[in-house]
Design a protein around this ligand. Structure first.
Ligand SMILES: C[S@@+](CC[C@H](N)C(=O)[O-])C[C@H]1O[C@@H](n2cnc3c(N)ncnc32)[C@H](O)[C@@H]1O
Length: 276
C-alpha cells in the first residue's frame, strides 16, 4: 500500500525535476520521485491546488518568482549541525590561522559558508575564529558571509535559536561562552550570543547565479551541497570558486565529496581540502 496523498505521474515528476535542475542545479533522478512527492504535497495543499500538474503550471505562471522560491525551499535538503566534520575546523585552527598570524599580510580575512543551511556551519566558524583571536579582537579582522538558496533556513540562521540538544558536539566551555540559555517559554532552547551572530552576514544566494563578492576570498566552505549537483554543474561551480579565491585561499568540501573526475586547477591539500 502506498503513502496516502496526492499522486505524482512520471511526466509531472520529469517536468518538475527539470525546472528544479534549471534553477538550482539540484539533480533529482527517478529514485527521488517519492521524495519530491512527499516534500511538495503540503505546499500544493497550501496553494489550494489539486495536483502536481497544476502546481508546475502555477510555478511557471508566477512571474514574481515567489512560488519558485517556495518550490526550492521545499526541495532542498538542509541537514547540518555544529562542528560537523570537526577535522576541517581543526585544520583551520591548527594550520591556517597560525599561518595568517605569522604572515605580514594584515588585511581583513573573508570567509564564505556557501550552502550554510540553518547557520550551524558559519557560527562554528565564528566560534573557532573567536577561540583563536578572542571575540573582542575579531571585529574588523574577519568577515563571514553565509548564503543559501533556501529562504526559510536563512531566517532560522539569522535568529540563531536552536534546541539545546543540538549542542551535543560543542565543547562545554564554548556553550557557556557563545550561547545564551533560554528561560520561560524559551526553556530548552539556546541562542547564539549577539557578539557571535554579528560576525556572520546571512543572505540568499543561488550558487547557479553570479557571486556578489567584490574582492577575492580567503576561505570557501561548500560542504554537503555539491552532492546534489551533477558533474558538469560541480565542475562549473568549482571553477567559479577557484576564480573567487585569493591565491593561497582554501576550498573545503564535504566528506563524501571529492574532486575526482572533476577538472580543476586547485592543489590538493588533504581529503576534501584544496588550495588555490
Ligand atoms: C545538507 S545542507 C549543508 C549545510 C552545511 N554546509 C553542512 O555541511 O552542514 C545543503 C544546503 O545547500 C543548499 N543548496 C542547495 N542547492 C543550492 C544552490 N543552488 N544554491 C545555494 N544553496 C543551495 C540547501 O538549501 C541546503 O541548505
Amino acid at each position: 500500500m502506498g503513502i496516502p496523498g496526492i499522486e505524482i505521474s512520471d511526466s509531472d515528476f520529469i517536468k518538475l525535476s527539470r525546472l528544479i535542475y534549471q534553477h538550482s542545479g539540484i539533480k533529482l533522478n527517478a529514485n527521488k520521485k517519492s521524495l519530491v512527492r512527499a516534500r511538495l504535497q503540503k505546499r500544493i495543499r497550501e496553494c489550494g491546488l489539486s495536483g502536481f500538474k497544476e502546481y508546475h503550471k502555477r510555478v511557471l505562471e508566477d512571474s514574481s518568482g515567489a512560488e519558485l522560491i517556495h518550490l526550492l525551499d521545499a526541495i532542498s535538503t538542509n541537514q547540518t549541525y555544529f562542528l560537523r566534520e570537526a577535522e576541517h575546523f581543526n585544520y583551520l585552527m591548527e594550520t591556517i590561522l597560525p599561518r595568517w598570524q605569522q604572515s605580514d599580510d594584515r588585511s581583513p580575512k573573508h570567509l564564505w559558508s556557501a550552502g550554510c543551511s540553518s547557520g550551524e556551519e558559519p557560527y562554528t566558524l565564528a566560534m573557532v575564529l573567536s577561540e583563536f583571536y578572542s571575540l573582542a579582537k575579531l571585529r574588523g579582522k574577519v568577515k563571514i558571509s553565509a548564503t543559501d538558496i533556501n529562504s526559510q533556513v536563512l531566517e532560522h540562521a539569522r535568529q540563531g535559536i536552536y534546541p539545546e540538544s543540538r549542542l551535543e558536539k560543542i565543547p562545554s566551555g564554548w556553550v557557556k561562552k557563545y550561547f545564551q540559555k533560554g528561560v520561560n517559554r524559551w526553556a530548552g532552547s539556546v541562542r547564539v550570543k549577539a557578539e557571535v551572530r554579528q560576525l556572520v552576514d546571512f543572505f540568499r544566494l543561488n550558487l547557479m547565479e553570479p557571486f556578489p563578492f567584490r574582492q577575492p576570498l580567503d576561505i570557501i566552505f561548500c560542504r554537503n551541497v555539491m552532492i546534489y549537483f551533477d558533474k558538469t554543474t560541480q565542475e562549473q561551480l568549482v571553477q567559479r570558486f577557484s576564480q573567487t579565491l585569493k591565491p593561497g585561499g582554501y576550498l573545503f568540501l564535504g566528506h563524501s565529496e571529492s574532486l575526482a573526475g572533476v577538472s580543476h586547477r586547485l592543489t590538493y591539500v588533504k581529503p576534501t581540502i584544496y588550495q588555490k
